[in-house]
Design a protein. Structure first.
Length: 126
C-alpha cells in the first residue's frame, strides 16, 4: 500500500477540487444538477482515484486508477472550457485581469502533467 499523502500530484489535485468548487459557486442555480454537479464529480474523481489506487496491492491496479484520475483531469479541463464558452463563469481575480477559470484550467493542466509523469515513472523498469 502506498501513502497518497506523500504524492505532490495528490496535493495539487486536492487544490484543484477546492478551486472547482469555488468556481462553480458562481454558476447559475439552474446548472446545479447539470454542469456544476458534473464538474465537481469529475474533479473529486481525480483525487478519489489517486487515493483508491494507492490502497491497491498490485502495480497494475495502481496504474489503472491513476489512468482514470488522469482521464478525469482532462474531463475537468474540457468542462471548465465549456463553462467559459457558455459564459457561466466570468469571475476575475481581484486586482488582476485574469479570469479565475483560466487559473483553474492552468491548475488542471498541471495536475494532468503530474499524473502523466507519475504514470511514465511507473512504466519504467526498476
Amino acid at each position: 500500500m502506498r501513502d497518497y499523502r506523500k504524492l505532490e500530484a495528490f496535493h495539487k489535485a486536492h487544490e484543484l477540487v477546492i478551486a472547482v468548487y469555488r468556481l462553480t459557486k458562481a454558476f447559475p442555480s439552474e446548472e446545479r444538477f447539470g454542469l456544476t454537479s458534473q464538474l465537481r464529480r469529475a474533479a473529486v474523481s481525480i483525487t478519489s482515484n489517486i487515493v483508491e489506487g494507492s490502497a491497491r496491492d498490485s502495480e497494475a491496479e495502481y496504474r489503472r486508477f491513476l489512468e482514470i484520475a488522469h482521464s478525469s483531469s482532462w474531463e475537468v479541463e474540457y468542462q471548465i472550457q465549456l463553462s467559459v464558452d457558455l459564459e457561466l463563469c466570468r469571475v476575475v481575480i481581484a486586482n488582476t485581469k485574469t479570469l479565475y477559470s483560466d487559473q483553474v484550467i492552468a491548475q488542471c493542466r498541471q495536475v494532468s502533467r503530474m499524473l502523466s509523469g507519475l504514470l511514465q515513472s511507473l512504466a519504467r523498469p526498476s
